[in-house]
Design a protein around this ligand. Structure first.
Ligand code: FEO
Ligand code: CA
Ligand code: CA
Length: 609
C-alpha cells in the first residue's frame, strides 16, 4: 500500500520554455476525426491502450465475480461502479510505483446494464444495484517502474466504494438548517449517499472534490415547493425509479420534503482514510455542480472555481476564509480539511464587447452572494443563499451561460478556463439571446472562455476575459481557434479539461453532433506562444461514448481517459459491441449471454512501454 498520508500530486511542473517551444513532451501524429459508428478506441500510431478498470471489476478480496445476468446490490458495492466520469491519478510513493485512482460514477443505464427483470422482486434488486453502481471509487494502483502501465490492486487497504447509501456529513453555514431536516435526519447534518457525480478536482491537500450534478433526476417532488421550479424538480416518476424502493426519493411526502435540498453540493473525500466520513460543503452553494477546482494564491488564499451545467445557468467562485497551510504535517492537514467549510461565494457577470480575434479583452465582475458569513443578496437569508443558490444568483443579475462544465485554473499561468459545452436554446423562441461571453445563437458546438483575475489574485472581484475557442468545424463561419490560422481538428462540446507538463490544455468532448462527426474525443491545444490555438486530436471513443476525466501523466508519457456510456442506445445487441475489448481478461461469456458495453478507465501508453 502507499506510504501513509502523503498527498503527493504529480510533481510540480516547470513553466514552458520560450514563446514558441515544443508542443509538449507527448509527441504523436494527430488522428483524423472518427466516423459515427466507431466500434473501437482510436489512438495515434505508436501507442497502445489498456483498460485499467471496468464496470464490475472486483475491488475487494470478497468481491463476487462480475455477473450482469444476476444484478446484486451487495456485489456492486464491492465492485467498480458504472459510467466513470471524473478521474484522478495520484502517485503516492517516491519511486512512482504506487498510486491511487479516484473515479466518479455519474449515472446508470439500467436498460443496457442488466437484462429485463422477470419479477418485481428482481427489478427491486436491479434498482438497488444501480444505487450501488453510482458514487465514487478509490482504488490502489501499482506498477513495476515509472512509465509502465498501472494495474489496480484487488483487496488493497485504501480501496473504497462510496455509493448512494454511504453516510455523509454536511458542513458549513447551512448544515443544521430546518431546510435540510427530514424524518430520518432531524439534525439536518447527516445525509445518506451521493449520486449524479459528474466531474471533480484534486485539492493541493490531497483530497478529492466531486460535483453532484443532475440530482433532480432522482426525485419525485412537489412542483409548487420553493426551489422546485429552478432546480427542475417535478411531480412525475423520476428518471431512475428509486422512489419505488426507497421512500426518501418521494419528496411529495412531508417526511422527505427537504430530501432534494440535501443533494447538489460539492463533496470532499479523503482517499487516504477509507474510514473517513465524506462531506458535502454547503458553503460552496447548491446547484447542478459539474466540478470544483482549486487555485492557491501567492499569499495562500484558496479559491474554488465551479460551473452549473445547465442551459442559462451560472459560473461561480468560492473564496475560503482561512489560508492554505503548506506541508503534510497532521496539523496542516487538519487545517486544510476545513478550508471549504467557511468562506464567501461569488457569481460571475460578464461585460464588454469582446469578439473573437480582436485585441480587446472583455471585463467581468465576481458578484458576492455571501460576504463575511452573511447573505449579500437582498431578501434572502444566508442559509437560503446556500441552499437555493440559483435563485440568489438570479437576483444579482449574473450572466446566464452556455452550460459551464469544467472550470480549471492553469497550473502554469493561473488563467482560468471555462468549458461552455453547448446551448441549443440560446436565442431560440424568446429565450435569452447571444451576448459577448456566449456569442452564438443555438450554440451547438460550445466554446472555451479564458479568464485572467485582476492582479492575478484568486480573491479578485473583477477579471478580464477572452474567447479562446469558438468550437465547430474550422470551415464553419464564426469558429475561432485562439488566433491560430493553420489547420486544426474539428471539435464540438468541450466538457473536461486537463493540463500537461508544459501547460497545454487538453479537452475531452461530450455530445459532438453529426455536423462534426459522432465520435467524441480528446484534443490538445497550446495556450501560449506561437502555436496558441493549434488544436489536434489525440483519441476518439466508441459510438455514443463521451470522453471524460483526462489525465496527462508521467510528464506526458501517458494519457488516461474514462470511456463513459459506450453504446447506450442498446443497439450493440443487434449490431456492434461498441467497445470490443469490454470482456478482456474475462472468461469468454457463453453465447447469447447478456454482456453490454462496459464503461472503462483506459490508459494510453507508448508502444515501447
Ligand atoms: Fe455530467 Fe456536466 O456533464
Ligand atoms: Ca461533464
Ligand atoms: Ca457533458
Amino acid at each position: 500500500m502507499p506510504d501513509a498520508h502523503p498527498p503527493t500530486a504529480e510533481p510540480s511542473n516547470p513553466p514552458p520554455q520560450g514563446s514558441a517551444g515544443p508542443p509538449g513532451n507527448l509527441e504523436f501524429d494527430p488522428i483524423d476525426p472518427a466516423p459515427d459508428d466507431l466500434d473501437a478506441l482510436i489512438i495515434p500510431a505508436g501507442y497502445r491502450w489498456t483498460p485499467i478498470l471496468r464496470w464490475g471489476d472486483p475491488l475487494f478480496d470478497k468481491s463476487p465475480p462480475f455477473d450482469p445476468e444476476s444484478p446484486s446490490a451487495h456485489a456492486q458495492e464491492l465492485q467498480f461502479g458504472y459510467n466513470n466520469d471524473f478521474l484522478a491519478i495520484i502517485v503516492t510513493d517516491r519511486l512512482g510505483q504506487a498510486g491511487l485512482l479516484c473515479c466518479n460514477h455519474e449515472f446508470t443505464n439500467r436498460e443496457i446494464m442488466f437484462p429485463p427483470s422477470a419479477s418485481k422482486a428482481e427489478e427491486r434488486e436491479a434498482l438497488k444495484a444501480t444505487m450501488a453502481a453510482q458514487g465514487l471509487s478509490v482504488v490502489e494502483l501499482e506498477r513495476s517502474a515509472t512509465r509502465r502501465p498501472w494495474r489496480y490492486i484487488r483487496g488493497a487497504a485504501l480501496n473504497r466504494r462510496i455509493t448512494a447509501r454511504t453516510p455523509f456529513k454536511l458542513t458549513g453555514p447551512a448544515a443544521g438548517s430546518h431546510l435540510l431536516k427530514t424524518a430520518d435526519d432531524p439534525s439536518g447534518r447527516r445525509v445518506i449517499g451521493t449520486f449524479g457525480n459528474c466531474s471533480g478536482g484534486t485539492t493541493p491537500w490531497g483530497t478529492i472534490l466531486s460535483g453532484e450534478e443532475n440530482f433532480h433526476h432522482y426525485f419525485v417532488a412537489d412542483p409548487q415547493a420553493v426551489g422546485s421550479d429552478r432546480y427542475g424538480l417535478r411531480k412525475v416518476s423520476s428518471v431512475y425509479g428509486w422512489e419505488t424502493i426507497d421512500p426518501r426519493f418521494d419528496a411529495t411526502q412531508s417526511d422527505y420534503a427537504a430530501e432534494p435540498h440535501r443533494f447538489g453540493y460539492i463533496i470532499e473525500v479523503d482517499p487516504y482514510d477509507p474510514k473517513s466520513t465524506p462531506r458535502k460543503h454547503t458553503a460552496l452553494g447548491r446547484f447542478k455542480h459539474e466540478a470544483a477546482n482549486i487555485r492557491i494564491g501567492a499569499d495562500g488564499t484558496v479559491a474554488a472555481y465551479m460551473g452549473d451545467d445547465e442551459r442559462f445557468e451560472y459560473l461561480y467562485k468560492f473564496v475560503a476564509r482561512k489560508k492554505y497551510r503548506p506541508g503534510n504535517s497532521a496539523s496542516a492537514r487538519r487545517h486544510n480539511l476545513q478550508l471549504l467549510t467557511d468562506g464567501d461565494l461569488y457569481v460571475a457577470r460578464f461585460s464588454g464587447s469582446q469578439r473573437p480575434g480582436n485585441d480587446n479583452l472583455g471585463q467581468g465582475a465576481w458578484i458576492p452572494l455571501t460576504r463575511n458569513g452573511e447573505s449579500a443578496v437582498p431578501g434572502m437569508r444566508h442559509t437560503e443563499v446556500l441552499i437555493f443558490t440559483r435563485m440568489a444568483a438570479d437576483r444579482v443579475r449574473a450572466t446566464p451561460m452556455d452550460r459551464c462544465e469544467d472550470v480549471q485554473p492553469s497550473p502554469q499561468t493561473g488563467k482560468v478556463y471555462v468549458a461552455c459545452t453547448n446551448n441549443r436554446d440560446r436565442g431560440v423562441d424568446g429565450e435569452i439571446g447571444p451576448d459577448a461571453a456566449n456569442p452564438r445563437e443555438k450554440n451547438k458546438n460550445g466554446h472555451v472562455i479564458e479568464i485572467t483575475e485582476r492582479d492575478d489574485r484568486v480573491d479578485a472581484t473583477s477579471f478580464a476575459w477572452d474567447l479562446f475557442l469558438v468550437c465547430g468545424s474550422p470551415e464553419e463561419a464564426g469558429t475561432y481557434f485562439g488566433g491560430w490560422n493553420g489547420p486544426v481538428a474539428p471539435i464540438s462540446c468541450p466538457d473536461n479539461f486537463a493540463f500537461d507538463s508544459v501547460g497545454n490544455l487538453w479537452i475531452a468532448t461530450d455530445g459532438a453532433p453529426t455536423s462534426i462527426s459522432k465520435a467524441d474525443g480528446l484534443f490538445r491545444v497550446p495556450l501560449e506562444g506561437d502555436e496558441r490555438g493549434h488544436l489536434v486530436q489525440f483519441l476518439a471513443v466508441p459510438y455514443q461514448a463521451e470522453t471524460c476525466g483526462p489525465v496527462i501523466h508521467d510528464r506526458d508519457e501517458s494519457v488516461f481517459v474514462c470511456v463513459q456510456h459506450p453504446g447506450e442506445d442498446g443497439s450493440w445487441r443487434e449490431q456492434l459491441s461498441y467497445f470490443p475489448d469490454y470482456v478482456k481478461a474475462d472468461a469468454e461469456p457463453p453465447s447469447g449471454a447478456w454482456r453490454g458495453p462496459r464503461p472503462s478507465v483506459v490508459q494510453v501508453t507508448r508502444d515501447a512501454g
